[in-house]
Design a protein around this ligand. Sequence first.
Ligand SMILES: NC(=O)c1ccc[n+]([C@@H]2O[C@H](COP(=O)([O-])OP(=O)(O)OC[C@H]3O[C@@H](n4cnc5c(N)ncnc54)[C@H](OP(=O)(O)O)[C@@H]3O)[C@@H](O)[C@H]2O)c1
Length: 369
Amino acid sequence: MHTGARKRFGPLLFEGSKRMLGFGAWGIGGSGWGAPSDEAERLGAIALARERGVVWFDTAPTYGDGASERLLGRALGPHRDTVRIATKVGPRDDPRHSLDQSLERIGTDYVDLVQLHEIAEGWESRLETLHQLQHEGKASAIGVCNASHLELTRALTLAPITTYQGPYNLFDRDAEERLLPLCRERGLAFLAYRPLAAGLLSGGFTDPPQFPNGDHRARLYWFRGAEFERRREAIRNLSELARSAGISLPALALRWLLSRSGVTIVLAGARSAAHVADNLRALDAPLDEPTGNEIETAVEAVFRLPAATTAAAREAQGWGPRERFIVERLDGRTTPESIAAAWTDRGEQPMVAAQVKVFADQLRERGLA
Ligand SMILES: NC(=O)c1ccc[n+]([C@@H]2O[C@H](COP(=O)([O-])OP(=O)(O)OC[C@H]3O[C@@H](n4cnc5c(N)ncnc54)[C@H](OP(=O)(O)O)[C@@H]3O)[C@@H](O)[C@H]2O)c1
């Protein structure tokens, strides 16, 4: 950390605040999500969120190639003092240039939070530049996205990070293993992204979807194959629970997330005012314990990993270290998240549960699990 660096800046963004539903502004950027919805509709989504009390808006230069930042600027400009705007700096971008461009697009002279979007070569010096930009008043706080717990621990020695942003939803729960505990321990705000599994938790996908070219969801493994089947089965049960609770499935998924220990802001993406209104129903009431338990049962039931066969253990001797590591731990009880976290603890290329699940599916197909 820079000598003399203040550890805390400004009125700290999250102090004393209750858990919040934020607005994820990727979709309103108009690309990467199939055909863009009408601009007026996207502006309406932002406006309604703000009117109904949402204060956190999360964007990035890459969302719609700057369009998300511009749209946020237009919708939130007159209310700048009462909202928080968070943007990001790409892993290969010059932080100063990137942030200056973001400020210009948003039409503001500071953002409330600037986050390093990914960890890639040279990330430490980029983080130090973000800290410098914070000193200059261009960002009230700095944060990191998509890091392993070891990288985040290192980041904390380099700059006064206040936030970590990572994927977290009912189905994608790597964060529970190391990152959420670390954030709690170090007093970092945890910003949960993709809370609706990029829309899968809308409940609207009865069959694996065919996304058009350029739609980033075509690359998400849970929209196809065995993972889609598992999630579809869980969604059937979860939809019943949502009906009993008198809310939509997305609202239930967000309510669950808001109840999770260590979560500070849930960044719900929405491209229409109707979705914003629906998502805000998550805040109508806290998650009650019986529903929470039933949610856990519905999710656990579909994600149980198989046990590896002795033939798999034999064959694995000739495989790479990551594959061997997984096979040795496939006992029918250990979760994919804990296997991935145990590998990541070693400090090599991190592993996520998705990789464990996909590999276990391959073993299953070959009769090895
Ligand atoms: N740091 C990072 O690397 C990173 C990565 C991903 C996301 N993020 C942040 O996290 C935010 C949220 O994630 P996300 O936007 O990727 O995904 P998400 O919030 O999991 O899903 C958003 C999508 O769900 C659908 N949806 C939302 N509310 C709905 C409702 N009430 N009923 C039915 N469908 C609903 C919409 O899809 P349709 O519009 O297609 O209907 C919407 O675009 C992003 O906007 C971004 O700010 C950060």
